[in-house]
Design a protein around this ligand. Structure first.
Ligand code: TZP
Ligand code: MG
Length: 199
């Protein structure tokens, strides 16, 4: 399967149901409560991804949950296990993503074993607290240039209408798909497939 250019980050099975079936997608299960809830949601999301056939199931932050549930991989941020430590626990086959904000941290994450990068905040968002100022498409482009061959996904404030103007491999979204998961996902897939390759 082509590594998905669209990553939907969610704690909702309704969103997962709407997001699969419109083309390659990665579901990133992001649960802020506890491991038990994250595990249960991951098992259910993974089943939906497997039925779709072209969907990956990744887990935000929680390496143990990803391993226990048999998910395809993990996405780690600044407060989670370091990339090298996560890679050590996961082994070589799992997909490992890392959040980065600039070229230096991006190069380091790739050297430490990240397969792809989530880069942002590209735009302002109210979805996550405590973020640094947005880096904009130009900041994103600097990271894309720093890690040739590594898929870079834009995150924060991403909507289908913004996809055409973003450099990099793809995008990750939370709030843009909540109101209408299937419709918004289809819009994202259309926007991604009609833009030129920008990575
Ligand atoms: N990490 C950086 S920004 C962000 C996360 C999890 C939230 C992005 O959410 P939205 O709703 O797509 O702006
Ligand atoms: Mg995280």
């Amino acid at each position: 399967m082509l590594f998905p250019r669209l990553h939907i980050v969610t704690d909702s099975l309704d969103v997962v149901r709407g997001a699969v079936g419109h083309g390659p997608v990665a579901i990133q299960v992001r649960v802020k409560s506890c491991d038990r809830e994250a595990y249960q949601l991951t098992v259910a999301a993974l089943a939906l991804c497997r039925s779709a056939g072209d969907a990956l199931c990744l887990v935000d932050d929680r390496v143990g949950v990803a391993l226990a549930a048999g998910a395809d991989g993990v996405h780690v941020g600044a407060d989670d296990l370091p990339v090298a430590a996560a890679r050590g626990v996961l082994g070589p086959a799992a997909i490992l993503g890392a959040t980065c904000r600039n070229p230096v941290s991006a190069r380091q994450a790739v050297a430490d074993g990240a397969d792809y990068l989530g880069v942002g905040p590209v735009f302002a968002t109210t979805t996550k607290d405590g973020l640094p100022p947005p880096i904009g498409p130009a900041g994103l482009a600097a990271v894309v240039d720093a890690v040739p061959g590594t898929p870079v996904l834009a995150i924060a404030g991403i909507t289908p209408a913004r996809v055409a103007d973003l450099p990099g491999y793809g995008v990750a979204a939370i709030s843009a798909v909540i109101a209408d998961p299937a419709g918004a996902t289809a819009d994202f897939q259309r926007a991604l497939s009609t833009r030129g390759d920008t990575d």
